[in-house]
Design a protein around this ligand. Sequence first.
Ligand code: ADP
Ligand code: MG
Length: 385
Amino acid sequence: MISPPGTIGIIGGGQLGMMAIREAQRMGYRSIVWDPDPTCPAGRLADLTITAPWDDFRAAEQLASGADVVTFEFEHISPDTVAWLEERKQVYPGSPILKVSQHRRVEKSELRQRGFPVVDFEVAGSRQELAASFRRLGLPVVVKTATAGYDGKGQTVLKSESESEAFLAALGSTVPEYVVERFLDLACEISVLVVREADGTVISFPVAENEHRENILATTVVPARVPPEISDEAVRMSREIIESFDMIGVLCVEMFVTREGTVIVNELAPRPHNSGHYSLDACDISQFEALVRAICGVPFHVPQLLAPCAMVNLLGRNLDSLVLETLMEIPGVKLHLYGKRRREAKRKMGHVTILGSTQEDVLVMLPKIYDLIGDTGRQVSTPQW
Ligand code: ADP
Ligand code: MG
């Protein structure tokens, strides 16, 4: 076990790193963060911030020499850098799962090969292959770049012949590798955070129900409003996935629930996840504390949900209209702002958690909060069976 005041090294200084450091600090740990941005959120809290580009090996050296254990909150780092660090220090999770989660084709193929249900998909790297995939899968499809996508970036939904033709016509001379997926009619989306310790112990967090708007997570409701068979299936599958990849740390398994009630794995994130932010205020162990415990080998117990809750993301555009005083008057609301200097319409700037004594209490609060963040008239989503 790495005991406090051991030092945790974190690759990436975004809000995930910041919230992990806050939990680590509370437990007496020290932290070193590596991020190219000198104003990164985690830099406000870390004991030491290494400001250097991702390809700067001196930064990796500095991280390796200062930290007792290393983790990452940013997934677009080179797995070679992580592998290099692994030769010097314990890195959790390691480079194998990072390689898988960085590449949609590898991720979906690996999952399928291991027997986990994924959406019908094809890989295409040219106009001809794309057109053939559209024909075979049938419209609507969603086209995703194989690498570097997040929050819906690099994704296009094609619903009609004219849309697919326009997509092909707009492609440049070099076509990147794409994953083409059948676009599913969903009842809802859910996610499960699972955590695995070095001794193989696996624990899971309550199932979260996620509403995306423009492919960006907008609201999470916990517990998810799905029948027990579905949440049991989601938890069972998530535990099997973290074991199958022999991963240590926190894994978020994003899943689709179809209208027929089938659970399909969408994506893996081998780190704390936006859909787990609720756990900071609504559980006795947060996903960030779970990460610290897992990578430091601190004993665990199953996290308990202390109250029904919802999490609403605050994007840049939401802050434009937010009247903070009015928001803070709502009982049960907890505000989290990440202190990012640059505000962009779709950038994640913070979130609020709403706690209630019943799920109804929480759900009636949501439209009030939507109003306050400029989404006037926005309805509370419900699973569509
Ligand atoms: P990202 O890496 O941007 O999170 P995802 O593959 O998770 O990419 O897609 C983002 C969101 O887009 C999903 O959460 C879902 O709402 C929607 N989406 C993606 N793929 C599909 C699909 N095949 N069918 C239906 N909706 C989808
Ligand atoms: Mg996703």
